[in-house]
Design a protein around this ligand. Structure first.
Ligand code: HEC
Length: 105
């Protein structure tokens, strides 16, 4: 009985750590995001059809896309190298930052 409880707590913790819950720090994300601004525009806003707007985008969507670029399930010659070096925390913090920006300043 006690053993079962330990197992279920461990499984629950692993699910949380795998990104089921998004818990990013937008202030740290802002510092990381300066490299992203070169293509996606300041605060993730731009007028170019080539680069997706990141401002105000859904937080979990951003996180999932960064994971997809990292694991190769989504590929782009410009974007894939940008995602390659990001840690789990980096991705969460960037997602938290961009979702908090507005498309119309
Ligand atoms: C060298 C240019 C460049 C830089 C720098 C760059 N990106 Fe991108 N990014 C792109 C391009 C181009 C796409 C669109 C790829 C496609 O069409 O599939 C993209 C797509 C994305 C997407 C998917 C958006 C969507 O609507 O599906 C996310 C999220 C993203 N980038 C986040 C970031 C973050 C976070 C950074 C900074 C760590 C960053 N990008 C830096 C060029 C760049």
């Amino acid at each position: 009985m006690f053993r079962k409880m330990i197992v279920s707590v461990a499984v629950g913790g692993a699910l949380l750590a795998s990104g089921a819950a998004v818990a990013g720090d937008p202030e740290r994300g802002e510092q990381l995001a300066t490299t992203c601004f070169a293509c996606h525009g300041a605060q993730g806003r731009n007028d170019s059809p080539q680069y997706p707007q990141l401002a105000q985008q859904n937080e979990e969507y951003i996180l999932i896309q960064l994971q997809n670029f990292q694991d190769g399930s989504r590929e782009d010659p410009l974007m894939s190298p940008q995602a390659a070096q990001l840690t789990e925390q980096d991705k969460k913090d960037l997602a938290a930052y961009f979702t908090a920006q507005t498309l119309c300043p």
